[in-house]
Ligand binder design. Structure first.
Ligand code: CU
Length: 135
């Protein structure tokens, strides 16, 4: 290879490196601005003494409700019946699902999937415990 050729090759590899670095930076910035879950009721990790009538998910921005899914599974990974998700009245970044029958004592996991107006689908899960009846 001529010295000119080597210089071109070095330049190309340097540009490749810069390209990868800027791609990683862009992905990091994008991740920060995606829709994300800011909180919930019951809160992640909470132990509650009575079965919740509904589950509320508080997002960083309004999700597209028609493609929002919320599933609840018990400690045995069995699905628990919920209503379809709806936006909370007066807070369109909050999603509510009704729990159709009172939850027995035990551990539960909420699994959600939501899409923001930018078209990116985000998923997550959190858990809570319904404490047994106290005597
Ligand atoms: Cu996004």
């Amino acid at each position: 290879m001529t010295s000119f050729g080597i210089r071109i090759a070095r330049l190309a590899s340097l540009m490749g490196l810069v390209g990868v670095t800027s791609l990683v930076t862009a992905r990091g910035a994008e991740a920060r601005f995606h829709l994300h879950l800011r909180g919930s009721t019951p809160a992640d990790g909470a132990t509650i003494s009575s079965a919740p009538p509904n589950i509320q998910l508080f997002f960083s921005e309004r999700p597209e409700i028609k493609v929002t899914t919320v599933n609840l599974v018990d400690g045995g990974n069995a699905n628990v019946a919920l209503s379809a998700p709806r936006l909370a009245s007066g807070a369109d970044t909050a999603v509510v699902v009704d729990v159709k029958a009172p939850l027995a004592a035990g551990v539960y996991t909420v699994k959600w999937s939501a899409m923001a107006s930018d078209g990116h689908v985000q998923r997550g899960s959190f858990g809570f415990t319904v404490a047994g009846a106290k005597h």
